[in-house]
Ligand binder design. Structure first.
Ligand SMILES: O=C(O)[C@@H](CO)OP(=O)(O)O
Ligand SMILES: [Mn+2]
Ligand SMILES: [Mn+2]
Length: 560
């Protein structure tokens, strides 16, 4: 159903009252896991979060936050912020980027589409550049999709191929960049045997090169631009894998996420793959947030974020279109999921005044992702979105409290002002610090997030409101790689654990409470497999409204 045909009116709920101020709190990266020393949430003092389960166990449950429950291909796919917030906001499960690309490649549809035809025009005389995250994490990209794309491009006439690889270590174990680069080198060798001049052109770690988001730090994108487009970087090597090895040897603190940028040069010292006029470029990530800034640099004529020095005339396509509102990029290989009629839009159109807040690194999560990958307000008279600037240029284990307190205070003030019906926040700590793999810092991070929750819950007490607390996926609850059968942390011969920097497949808590929550409102017992997509209808009920019939069912009911 297109938005033109949409009936936006939501019926009043027969029993649940309207007009309660509702705090919608998302703890990023906060799952439920074995309570041992590698569970940072368990180790951290989190008296507020603990109290809900202890004092009102019937208002506490777990919900699914990974795999098919959030539109990902398989049960082995851990959750992530994009799919998690999409599901939370949309109230329905959409086949997500990962799945859409899989099927477009498997059916060959990708190679017949408008986007591919567009870049194909460059094949006879130009080079095809593929830029993106090199791992099988499945959060932003997947290696088998890159393989499929390279193979299909060569079959469709690509004669010269360059890969600009971004090492991961965040969605996969740190140190695996070597394995993936080796796989890539082997695949490129095979393509060369088929007559395509295929090589790695540049490498850099995702958090230091290219994959910034929400305009947090344009230097990150500039480093990538210099290496990928201009062929300039602080390090130059004739072989990618050797380059990676040398950088690791030279720096004891080396890790995949922050690998410095380097370019591959030929025997004469000339970069093998700068991007030049007449080339084609594809950004291979399917996930939007960390590709948007690069897409702007590649596509926008007017651009003042950094000096691009040289702007090549290229044919550029994204794996997906990353921003439907901005139509960015204009060309793309796979149609993104059409996430329409989100709860945010419904609620605003039914007069629910909405306040949303996070710090920069997660700001788009409670706005852009929540609203179905859509930027901006639905109705600027009824909405206010506040972004608190994140620290930039540091890894978050250096400042694990991040801006939790500031977010909590802003939300508290918004609650107490009574100017809003819904106050929605994302608290990034568990996730952002969890990704650093620093257990001690993650414990501090979880404590800070708990304090922020307390600020909001106390404010809800004062205004007689309702709170809803959940998370978008797991992360901080598990900082060690575990044996999948026993759940025991895997230890090496020296007894050291393998640090887990990634998200998890754990379920996440879902909690309701507050003085405005009538005692007749109960969590349903008949939805044991409910997931994040069930939250939107629940929240609509708590606002006194009946959810649209195609939404996943509400987890609450009125019991006399
Ligand atoms: O940092 C990110 O991009 C992802 C992990 O790849 O985390 P999140 O989904 O929580 O934003
Ligand atoms: Mn997240
Ligand atoms: Mn994360």
């Amino acid at each position: 159903m297109g938005s033109n045909a949409t009936n936006w009116k939501l019926e009043a709920h027969p029993n649940m009252p309207k007009g309660k101020i509702l705090a919608m709190i998302v703890l990023d990266g906060w799952g439920e896991q074995i309570k041992d020393e590698y569970n940072a949430i368990h180790v951290a003092p989190t008296p507020c979060m603990d109290s809900f389960r202890e004092t009102a166990p019937d208002r506490w449950r777990l919900v699914k936050a990974h795999g098919p429950a959030v539109g990902l291909p398989t049960e082995d796919d851990m959750g992530n912020s994009e799919v998690g917030h999409n599901a939370l906001g949309a109230g329905r499960i959409f086949a997500q980027g990962a799945k859409l690309v899989d099927s477009a490649i498997a059916t060959g549809k990708l190679f017949k589409g408008e986007g591919f035809n567009y870049i194909k025009e460059a094949f006879p005389t130009g080079t095809l550049h593929l830029i993106g995250l090199l791992s099988d994490g499945g959060v932003h990209s997947r290696y088998d999709q890159l393989q499929g794309l390279m193979k299909g491009a060569v079959e469709n006439g690509c004669k010269r191929l360059r890969v600009h690889a971004l090492t991961d270590g965040r969605d996969v174990l740190d140190g695996t960049s070597f394995k993936f680069l080796e796989m890539l080198e082997n695949d490129l060798k095979e393509l060369r045997e088929k007559g395509c001049d295929a090589q790695v052109a540049s490498v850099g770690g995702r958090m230091y090169v290219t994959m910034d988001r929400y305009d947090n730090d344009w230097n990150v994108v500039k480093r990538g631009w210099d290496a990928q487009v201009l062929g300039e970087a602080p390090h130059k090597f004739t072989n990618a894998l050797e380059g990676l090895k040398k950088l690791k040897e030279a720096d004891p603190k080396f890790n995949d996420q922050y690998c410095p940028a380097f370019v591959i040069v030929d025997e004469a010292g000339k970069p093998v793959g700068p991007i030049v006029d007449g080339d084609a470029v594809v950004t291979i990530n399917f996930r939007a947030d960390r590709m948007i800034m690069l897409a702007k640099a590649l596509e926008w004529e007017k651009f003042d974020k950094f000096d691009r020095v040289r702007v090549p005339k290229i044919r550029y396509a994204g794996m997906l279109q990353y921003d439907g509102e901005l139509k960015l990029p204009t060309k793309y290989l796979v149609d993104p999921p059409e996430i329409e009629r989100t709860s945010g839009e419904f609620l605003v159109k039914n007069g629910v005044r909405t306040f949303a807040c996070s710090e920069t690194v997660k700001f788009g999560h409670v706005t852009f992702f929540w609203n179905g990958n859509r930027s901006g307000y639905f109705d600027s008279k009824l909405e206010e979105y506040v972004e608190i600037p994140s620290d930039s240029g540091i890894t978050f284990n250096e400042q694990p409290k991040m801006k939790a307190l500031e977010i909590g205070e802003k939300a508290r003030d918004a609650i107490l002002s009574k100017k809003f019906d819904q106050i929605r926040v994302n608290l990034p700590n568990g996730d952002m610090v969890g990704h650093t793999g620093d257990l001690k810092a993650t414990i501090v991070a979880c404590e800070a997030a708990d304090k922020a929750v307390k600020l909001m819950v106390d404010a809800i007490e004062q205004v007689g409101g309702i709170f809803v607390i959940t998370a978008d996926h797991g992360n901080a609850e598990d900082m060690a790689k575990r044996n999948p059968k026993t759940g025991e942390p895997i230890k090496d011969k020296d007894g050291n654990i393998q640090i887990l920097t990634s998200h998890t497949c754990a379920p996440v808590p879902f909690i309701i409470g507050g003085p405005g929550l009538a005692k007749e409102i109960k969590l349903r017992k008949d939805l044991p497999t409910a997931g994040l997509a069930n939250v939107a209808a629940t929240v609509m009920n708590l606002h006194g409204l009946v959810a649209p019939s195609d939404y996943e069912p509400s987890m609450v009911e009125w019991v006399k």
